[in-house]
Design a binder for this molecule. Sequence first.
Ligand code: ZN
Length: 261
Amino acid sequence: MTAATELAQALTRAHGAAQGGLVSGALRRVLTLWGVLDIENLDDSFAEYLRLAEPVLAEAKHNSAKAAAGYYDMLRAAEGVPGTSQAGRFLADLVTSGEMELTLGPIGPTYIRKAMADGMTFEQAARAAWVKQSGQMSHSILGGSRDTLAHRIERDDRAIGFQRAPFDRNCCAFCGVLASRGAVYKARGAAITAKNGKRYHTHCRCQPQPVFRAGTPLSDAGQRFHKLYADHGDINEVRRHLDGRTTKNEAEKPSGGSADD
Ligand SMILES: [Zn+2]
């Protein structure tokens, strides 16, 4: 691996780690606000929670976008791409009040009431709702970076596409297999901006890594899942393997047995 490639890999890992830090920092702050939730006054207290959480999320998303713009420029330089790319619109002005109500509302009071009707205590229901809230918020924060990167890639003639860069090699099979497929090229008409975001599930910590040349090595996770997929040939089999269940491969090859049926 060349020094330039190693630098590019290191920048991508650092970007992922920084994004993870932004998310956990913001979620820690919002979790303290989640405490205002009051069973006696669920709707009003939830509205109060949204009001308090909004600036925290807006700041985190802004920082996510800002870090992505810096990462893009550094990565581009590390890859030896001449010139500068069009900075374009800075995608930071993103958390509108409508957005929060739209995405967090349905997993708020309605969700909690339903869970309690199904037999959970308020504490259990609130905890389950928080898991959903935090997944949605992390998706929204990381959208700052993902959208910024997609936007830059799309408008940079020197960028040929992107590849999925999971946070680490222990990501889920869905993300790992996508990462193992390498670059998604702009020339193939892949929608980089509009549809890209929808492919990041909640609690997913992947980022799009801009690709400037053919032969860009896969991320660690991409390499790991490339091998897993080659060994098992099917994402469900990869999942079975990761869960420690018996895969078809193993079932067909009992140790010491012969396959003459
Ligand atoms: Zn992911």
